[in-house]
Design a protein around this ligand. Structure first.
Ligand code: FES
Length: 518
């Protein structure tokens, strides 16, 4: 293998977590059922919440549109940490000591609870205790990092300020959190999932939720025509499927990030690292084929607003190559996350008066510990009527003036995308294999993608959520929405919400027409 081959990116996106675990085969719902709690979404939040509620004696159904743990959890960097980049000083300033303390306590507890669950059930999931670091290469972040270390320590976290790290590049400053961990997220979730069926509980795969009617008992409609009546419903689907008039699509924005699995003969870093500044850079190791693989992540940008082609993956590869000898890059994959206006997730009752209707969303890039925080918090709300962390995470909390400013900026972005999509003049040249472009045909915007087979796939590129114009994502071969982050396959199927409906196809048989001919 010559040096160029070693730097070669994999031809397609494939998460290591998915590639190294077996597929699941839970049944689809085949009859109308009645349960104490229905959980929409079979990721880490859904499965952990289901397990905790089952232990409390509730009959629980988990409804997953596809297969469990294939979405966000199956594409994360899988760090179990209360360190969420630089957050503690920010929330201490915005919310005060008590609420910042709730955030710290919730996440420190989540790390411990996950370690205990792994021990209790003997889950083989590559769990390793590791310190977590946020570092900076820039002078302007040094003071922020110093304050982060002080604030986190004040809130009870074992946090230290450092000026040197054991990395192949020098840093200006870093904050270290002790007693954090990393693991293989799918091995963990699949093992927990096995504990759920039985005693009136079940996981249903390939059972997409298409509607929810609120009532004393809520009624959930599914894609296969069967209904679930449930006393409580928990939206654990990354982006809430049932908005419940919480207008969450206007209170969050979506962004994407990228991960490479890199093999190197060099000494690997001992902890988990993330940069404070942009472009984001993150490093951790993972057990791989009797040795270890380095996971290099970062390059985050708002969904559908990044640079084109595979630039993000190439930037990560160049960063890895500048600091480590690369022997091979067996994996590349990407992730999508949602961020709230004030950077604190929404976990709890959807809105005031929405009896027994809960959600957990807006985890930013810190979904592993936050998923467990969500499961513990929702379990406590359901079983005890209250949680020690309910105030900081309340979906009904008032947002601060600074957060309002951020929301306005985000919504200006959305308005800009809605208008820009309608005004731009379309390209009309032909499309090469692997490319995607937008064309205007008799006033309709169509997205065209030519597959490697030469077949042309045409879809209506008006987002089925609120009508923004979709953009082609050449790295993932998807149509992405710049407004609230919905994503669709090139055949039009929903990959990520809030959209629920697929894109319109051109009629059967006409999806192989060349746009030049049209
Ligand atoms: Fe809201 Fe597309 S996700 S308009």
């Amino acid at each position: 293998m010559d040096a160029g081959d070693k730097m070669q990116l994999p031809p397609s996106s494939q998460s290591f977590w998915l590639d190294s675990t077996a597929k699941t085969d839970y049944p689809a719902l085949d009859e109308d059922i009645q349960v104490d709690a229905a959980i929409i979404g079979g990721g880490l939040v859904g499965i952990t919440t289901a397990w905790l509620l089952k232990k409390e004696g509730l009959k629980v159904a988990v409804l997953e549109a596809d297969r469990i743990c294939q979405g966000t959890t199956g594409h994360s960097t899988a760090k179990i940490t209360s360190q969420h980049n630089l957050i503690y000083e920010q929330i201490y300033t915005k919310f005060g000591r008590e609420l910042a303390g709730q955030y710290a306590d919730a996440n420190e507890t989540a790390v411990k609870v996950m370690a205990e669950l792994i021990k209790e059930h003997n889950i083989d999931c590559d769990f390793q205790w590791k310190p977590a670091y946020v570092y900076t290469l820039q002078d302007k972040y040094v003071e922020k990092i110093e304050r982060e270390a002080e604030t986190a320590a004040l809130l009870g976290i074992k946090a230290d300020y450092l000026e040197k790290l054991e990395l192949p590049f020098s840093v200006k400053a870093a904050v270290r959190f002790a007693d954090q961990a990393q693991f293989h997220p799918r091995k963990y979730v699949l093992a927990l999932a096995q504990l759920i069926p039985g005693a009136g509980c079940q996981i249903y795969e390939e059972t997409a939720v298409t509607g929810l009617e609120e009532g004393r008992r809520h009624t959930i409609q599914t894609s296969i025509g069967k209904k679930i009546r449930a006393e409580r419903v928990i939206n654990a689907s990354h982006f809430p499927i049932h908005d419940g008039l919480g207008f969450f699509f206007g209170r969050m924005y979506a962004d994407r990030s990228y991960i490479l699995g890199v093999i190197t003969p060099d000494k690997l870093p001992e902890g988990m690292y993330v940069s404070a500044e942009s472009p984001g850079r993150s490093l951790r190791t993972q057990k791989y084929k009797g040795g270890e693989m380095l996971l290099v992540a970062g390059e985050d940008h708002k969904t559908a607003q990044g640079v084109t082609e595979d630039t993000h993956y190439r930037n990560l590869r160049d960063f890895a190559g500048a600091n480590f000898t690369i022997s091979a890059i067996p994996y590349r994959w990407s992730a999508q996350d949602y961020t709230t206006a004030d950077n604190v997730p929404y976990i709890g009752q959807v809105r005031s008066g929405a009896e027994n209707l809960y959600l957990a969303t807006g985890f930013r890039k810190w979904g592993i510990s936050t998923s467990t925080v969500s499961a513990l918090l929702l379990r406590d709300l359901i079983v005890k009527g209250k949680s020690p962390w309910q105030d900081i995470y309340s979906p009904q909390r008032k947002i601060t003036p600074a957060a309002v400013g951020q929301l306005v900026l985000q919504n200006l972005d959305v308005a800009k995308e809605l208008i820009a999509g309608k005004l731009k003049s379309p390209a009309t040249e032909s499309i090469k294999e692997g490319e995607g472009k937008v064309f205007a045909i008799e006033g309709h915007k169509l997205g065209a993608h030519r597959a490697e087979t030469g077949q042309l796939h045409l879809v209506d590129v008006t987002c089925t959520h609120l009508g923004c114009e979709l953009k082609w994502n050449s790295a993932e071969k998807t149509w992405d929405c710049p407004c609230h982050g919905s994503r669709f396959s090139y055949e039009g199927d929903v990959v990520d919400g809030p959209a629920l409906k697929p894109l319109q196809h051109l009629p059967e048989g006409s999806n192989v027409i060349d746009p030049d001919i049209i």
